[in-house]
Design a protein around this ligand. Structure first.
Ligand SMILES: Nc1nc2c(c(=O)[nH]1)N[C@H]1C(S)=C(S)[C@@H](COP(=O)(O)OP(=O)(O)OC[C@H]3O[C@@H](n4cnc5c(=O)[nH]c(N)nc54)[C@H](O)[C@@H]3O)O[C@H]1N2
Ligand SMILES: Nc1nc2c(c(=O)[nH]1)N[C@H]1C(S)=C(S)[C@@H](COP(=O)(O)OP(=O)(O)OC[C@H]3O[C@@H](n4cnc5c(=O)[nH]c(N)nc54)[C@H](O)[C@@H]3O)O[C@H]1N2
Ligand SMILES: [Mo]
Length: 678
């Protein structure tokens, strides 16, 4: 999402730097952006379509196959499989690598829906399904994403997000350190709730080092205290439906109770409350620290409740919803969703189907039970990203076909029956379409292809269009044939319905900002009956449940065994999930996976820096190398994901700890034991 300048000589990427004229990233680019050249020339970059041909001593041998032949073969297989087992025997997993390939993502999704299959899985359900869930239940539409009003708000609350490293979760915060500094320089206050003293916490006004999974209690307290004011209550009652239920639901969150749950002192809690009262309106954002916890839905709900109670939601000086430059959500007609899920997958009927997809938690069982027989993976590495690695591997190996579209070899391509070498980021023209509404302004950026696609790499859209044609249906938009289509023609289709024209967007070399935050469109067009449904029954029930569970399992009350820890997720600066593990920007070090432990715990248990430790959960174990840190709270262990050498997915499960409302797997706040490997 940062503007970059790429220096090219022939087909060689020589250098990448931030574009100082880019209105949002202003010359900044992170190490991942600067590593795009190295990624483009990756030693295991995929160059041509391949088919699994033989096994040899644990490895698989792939043979190149002409694309036409591959397409015909796959079309035959899809046709016969669907004839025998129905449309739902073919499925798709779409993830991070496709989020930035606008034409590819759209064609892949269209292909699946033309097949008539319900077997759609995306990274949303292993990342943050609480966000669309709460948006749908409270606001009437799952696509509403809170965005920081960095220009007008005076208080930013961050829960379980570390934008200095991640550059934001569902907020594209380019240039994060400078953004935060500017915000504070103009009188803004930043408060970070995180069990780790993060790089973002270090740049903030106040760091609350709370117990993992206890964010909902802190938010419950603030909402409760604010609603004690009768004037506010009466005012809020005009704007919402269900206020009485909210008031009852947050009643347990007294200062004493919340101090016990969060591990924060009562004076600290009062400081936060004072800051909220002083600011009036505020922006509050969550990230994966809370969205992957078993209290995710309660936390997200109370965060929305806080926005609404302070009249911050969709209001200047509070937070906003980006209608998107390309998507233009503010010019559509909306019908509020009831929030009822559709029927779940056959092998796990207790799991919900929401937002037009099944939860990833059901992917393995759908394959094992024979429902799902052909899987397309589009820009994802599910072998490292999904829980219970061995089960995922076994399930994938049993598929009739695993078709993986990627740019490099991965743990997932290694299990594929067919590999499609996709054209990469620098080899295609593109627009930030899927993340359009995650930006800090109503903005877009067109980028032309920097180099031509080399070898036999193919655009993801073209592959699906060809496969669709072979199966007898159109994947591309009406009026665009496969013969005439190219990247730009397809992007024009999107720009035609955007806030501007293709000509204007294309000629804006450094990206285009239409406006900063805009307010009010959600009130005007989206909210059911013009009011927030502030206390949906499902969430009220969930909160009561979480309270019971959390009190039972709270660290302070657990039988105190010295080797017990709570696992918390974290991102690393130079990797992007499993990407950039083995290539980096010129001169930059590679990331090394490690388990981050506090000095105190290491001293207590006799662990030294670089020791090998065994980390065990209820579901599995892994061996990790320790990294001693003053950042992480005592009692917590921080583990990144996306590594097969130190694979955190071995510790997580698709069977227990699965959220009933969303199917989200618990990946944050997991109890583990740690011991030294002799
Ligand atoms: N460099 C880099 N950037 C990335 C990625 C990457 O892999 N590397 N991945 C991208 C992706 S896919 C995503 S989804 C985003 C994620 O973006 P973020 O959500 O900002 O992810 P993190 O940086 O891991 O921050 C999560 C924080 O939550 C804290 N935490 C853990 N448990 C709890 C808890 O119970 N309560 C609270 N309050 N905090 C908790 C952790 O200590 C950590 O600091 O980042 C994106 N950006
Ligand atoms: N335990 C645990 N599990 C987690 C997480 C955690 O914190 N803890 N985080 C979760 C989160 S937030 C996420 S988003 C998921 C990530 O899950 P995934 O998105 O499945 O994982 P990535 O490693 O990002 O895989 C992206 C793939 O896309 C490929 N790619 C890159 N560019 C392109 C392109 O232009 N075209 C194509 N076709 N492919 C491309 C890359 O080579 C890579 O293999 O993992 C989740 N899993
Ligand atoms: Mo993610």
């Amino acid at each position: 999402m940062c503007g970059i300048i790429v220096t090219v000589e022939g087909e060689q990427i020589l250098r990448i730097r931030g574009d100082e004229h880019h209105p949002l990233s202003r010359g900044y680019t992170c190490p991942k952006g600067r590593a795009l050249g190295a990624f483009h020339h990756h030693p295991s970059r995929l160059d041509r379509p391949q088919r699994r041909s033989a096994e040899s001593g644990g490895g698989t041998i792939f043979a190149p196959v002409p694309r036409g032949e591959l397409v015909t073969e796959l079309a035959d297989l899809v046709r016969t499989t669907i004839a025998q087992h129905g449309a739902d025997s073919v499925g798709m997993y779409l993830a991070s690598g496709s989020a930035f390939d606008t034409n590819g993502r759209r064609a892949a999704e269209r292909f699946l829906s033309r097949l008539g299959s319900a077997q759609k899985y995306t990274a949303t359900t292993i990342d943050t399904p609480c966000k669309p869930l709460v948006a749908e239940l409270v606001g009437g539409w799952s696509g509403l994403t809170p965005i920081w009003d960095h220009e007008h708000s005076k208080l930013l609350l961050l829960f379980g997000s570390n934008p200095v490293v991640s550059h934001g979760h569902s907020n594209a915060i380019a240039d994060p350190v400078r953004r935060i500094r500017e915000f504070r320089d103009s009188g803004g206050v930043v408060i970070v709730a995180d069990p780790r003293r993060t790089e973002t916490a270090a740049a903030s006004d106040l760091h609350l080092q709370l117990q993992p999974g206890s964010d909902f209690a802190l938010l419950g307290l603030i909402v409760r205290e604010l609603l004690h004011d009768t004037g506010r209550r009466n005012e809020v009652a005009q704007r919402v439906e269900g206020l009485d239920r909210l008031i009852v639901a947050v009643e347990p969150f007294t200062p004493g109770f919340v101090a016990g749950l969060t591990g924060l002192s009562e004076p600290q809690l009062m400081d936060v409350l004072d800051a909220v009262r002083r600011a009036g309106r505020l922006s509050a954002l969550t990230g994966t620290g809370t969205s992957m916890a078993n209290t995710a839905n309660s936390t997200e709900w109370l965060l929305w409740a806080l926005h609404i109670v302070t009249d911050s939601a969709d209001r200047r000086g509070g937070m906003w919803f980006n209608p998107g430059f390309l998507m233009q959500f503010d010019s559509r007609t909306w019908e509020a969703s009831s929030g009822e899920p559709e029927a779940g997958p056959a092998s796990r009927p207790e799991l919900p189907r929401r937002f037009g997809e099944y939860p990833c938690a059901a992917l393995a069982s759908e394959i094992e039970s024979g429902q799902l027989r052909i899987l397309f993976v589009v820009g994802g590495n599910p072998v490292t990203a999904l829980p219970d690695t061995e089960r995922t591997r076994a399930a994938f190996s049993s598929l009739d076909a695993l078709v993986v579209l990627d740019v490099v070899e991965t743990e997932t391509t290694a299990l594929a029956t067919h590999v499609v070498a996709s054209a990469g980021q620098l080899e295609r023209a593109d627009l930030p379409w899927l993340l359009d509404a995650y930006q800090l302004a109503v903005a877009t950026q067109y980028t032309p292809a920097v180099v031509a696609a080399q070898h036999e790499r193919v655009s993801t859209w073209k592959f699906f269009a060809e496969l669709g044609a072979e199966l007898g249906f159109d994947v591309l938009p009406r009026g665009i044939s496969l013969e005439m289509a190219d990247d730009d023609l397809l992007l024009d289709e999107i720009l035609r319905r955007s806030r501007s024209t293709a000509e204007v967007v294309r000629s804006a070399q450094h990206g285009l900002v239409e406006s900063g935050a805009v307010f009010g469109w959600v009130h005007d067009f989206v909210l059911p009956g013009g009011k927030w449904r502030i206390a949906p029954e499902q969430l009220v029930d969930q909160l009561a449940f979480d309270l019971d569970q959390h009190i039972g399992a709270h660290p302070h009350e657990r039988p105190g065994s010295a080797d017990q820890f709570i696992l918390i997720p974290q991102r690393r600066l130079r990797t992007m999930n499993s990407q950039f593990r083995d290539v980096s920007a010129p001169g930059a070090r590679l990331e090394v996976p490690s388990a981050e432990l506090s000095e105190v715990d290491c001293a207590r248990l006799g662990f030294c820096e670089g020791d090998r430790v065994r980390i065990t959960s209820e579901h599995g174990e892994l061996i990790a190398v320790t990294r001693i840190s003053t950042h992480v709270a005592s009692g917590c262990v921080g583990l990144p994901h996306g590594w097969s050498a130190m694979d955190v997915s071995r510790l997580t499960s698709t069977e227990v700890d699965v959220d009933i409302l969303t199917g989200m797997i618990r990946q944050s706040g997991l109890p583990v034991r740690i011991s030294l490997v002799e």
